[in-house]
Design a binder for this molecule. Sequence first.
Ligand SMILES: Nc1ncnc2c1ncn2[C@@H]1O[C@H](COP(=O)(O)OP(=O)(O)OP(=O)(O)O)[C@@H](O)[C@H]1O
Ligand SMILES: [Mg+2]
Length: 305
Amino acid sequence: MPDSTVVRLDNISKTFGRGRKRVEAVRQLSLNVEAGQVFGFLGPNGAGKSTTIRMMMDLIRPSRGEVYLYGRPVKSNYQLMRRVGALVEGAAFYNFLTGRKNLEILARTGDCYDPVRVQRLLEQVGMADRADRKVQGYSTGMKQRLGLAAALLNDPDLVILDEPTNGLDPAGIQDVRHFIRDLVKKQEKTVFLSSHLLSEVEQVCDQVGIINNGRLVQTGNVTELLSAQSIIRLEVMPLDRSLGLLLPAWPTTANGRWLEVQAPRDAVPTIVNQLVAAEVQIFQVMVQQQSLETLFLAATGDANA
Ligand SMILES: Nc1ncnc2c1ncn2[C@@H]1O[C@H](COP(=O)(O)OP(=O)(O)OP(=O)(O)O)[C@@H](O)[C@H]1O
Ligand SMILES: [Mg+2]
């Protein structure tokens, strides 16, 4: 494992309950997250995202397999948790205290009390003007923002965020996206976030892992994943002969004057060269990128089948 590997999930599984109540929430999941990345953990409701995150935080233990952070097993390694900040599902605050007071208490318990830092974090998450109101009057989105600030109190190297934009309005979602990109770009942190929102992962993450039914069904670089399965459309003459040329290598169909080839974007030069060498006339070439949505549906759909 290279030094730059921040998170390593080594074949982890988690089973809840017994007998008829047995749920395999996470199944033989392995993945690595490198330093300086925003890793997006994408999956539908009940896929196993929060369970995985709870195992990463040593809040629950895997039934099998091991979680490593910075090359060390998280199991009972409390020191390691100093380098980690997290926003987990349903962050709990004292309702009768203000947002600021809540952060200050958390900072004290975490041995990182610094009122200036608390103020700066409140500003960063857009809560400075509401920080001195009691949490009981906060909306879901406001609590979520406070939770984000709480995750960063100890200036962690690794920030783990379970559905960070839950309950936020469109402007809030935009804020949090910028916030996350800044964490990586300006503060050199590593971010692991879960989401069921494709657009979020598409816009914020460098790497993505798709989870469904407890299984990791796909991982990769977001741009590569998107370009891996494109539809390349070519207007060519003669059509039938071109179809015959490409079919052995790529799934290809003819549609009017166009050929539609399912292939990665990288294959365009090869395809064009092959056709030109066979003296096919090419009038137009267009690459239609698949959306992450299609990719996600294909990946999760396959796993259901
Ligand atoms: N403590 C538990 N006891 C029993 N089953 C559990 C427990 N925690 C999670 N599960 C089950 O494990 C599966 C995965 O749940 P998990 O909360 O990890 O999903 P998720 O991907 O976070 O979903 P969501 O998008 O809804 O937050 C679900 O079937 C859930 O019911
Ligand atoms: Mg969840």
